[in-house]
Design a binder for this molecule. Structure first.
Ligand code: SAM
Length: 211
């Protein structure tokens, strides 16, 4: 699972503010902050697929006085990243954050974590095959609460799958709020709003295998 890549070391580029990864992080965090600003509810639910060390969500929550509104489940396979995310959440006093050591390609990992008001898919869609991307997007109605926001990233290096992903999102009932590619071909970030009808989470099933 997760291929041969060292997914703990992968996070090192976040320390360089000029890196594409750090730029991508800033865009994702802006979307998360905007989502929190526009949702007045006292309780909000987040699920982060392949959450890594949780930089995106946890850094935003750590800086917000209303972080206690959020119940978040971070699903991550690498035990070292799970430990880092748990430590980050604990250091920021984020009691509503659960980091689940699990395979996010397995629908069982989402039990009791969904439906979510925010679904984060950062660094996921570029690491699974096209059929897996399509299945994952088609599964969003089972992960989303009514009116949920989905924030996703994907490289635009050839062959650029982002046009197809945007079509598949529309077919799944997700309306585009934003799509930007400030990193040129290096990365794109999309934010979509679920306008369709939620579907129950299937009892079992696989949506992707990570490369
Ligand atoms: C490209 S990184 C993205 C991490 C994080 N979402 C971010 O943007 O900072 C991909 C992450 O997926 C994790 N991963 C790989 N296979 C996984 C799986 N089957 N289930 C859950 N996480 C997985 C890796 O350990 C890694 O932390």
């Amino acid at each position: 699972m997760g291929g041969d890549r060292d997914w703990h070391d992968w996070h090192r580029d976040y320390a360089d503010p000029g890196s594409a990864l750090a730029q991508r992080l800033r865009v994702v965090q802006e979307h998360i902050g905007a989502w929190l600003d526009e949702r007045p509810e006292p309780r909000l639910t987040v699920v982060s697929m392949c959450a890594g060390q949780g930089h995106d969500l946890l850094e935003v929550l750590a800086a917000r006085p209303d972080a206690a509104r959020v119940r978040a489940t971070l699903i991550e396979f690498d035990g070292r990243n799970v430990a880092a995310a748990r430590a980050r959440a604990a250091a920021a006093g984020l009691e509503g954050v659960t980091v689940r050591e699990a395979d996010a390609g397995d629908l069982a990992a989402y039990r009791e974590a969904v439906p979510a008001d925010l679904v984060l898919m950062a660094g996921v869609l570029g690491n699974i095959d096209d059929a897996g991307v399509r299945r994952t997007v088609a599964t969003l109605p089972s992960l989303c609460a009514p009116g949920a926001t989905v924030i996703w990233t994907r490289t635009r290096r050839a062959p650029d799958l982002t046009p197809a992903i945007r079509e598949w999102l529309a077919e799944a009932g997700l309306a585009e709020l934003a799509f930007t590619a400030p990193g040129g071909v290096l990365f794109a970030v999309g934010a979509h709003r679920f306008t369709g009808t939620p579907e129950p989470l299937p009892a079992e099933g696989r949506i992707f295998r990570f490369r």
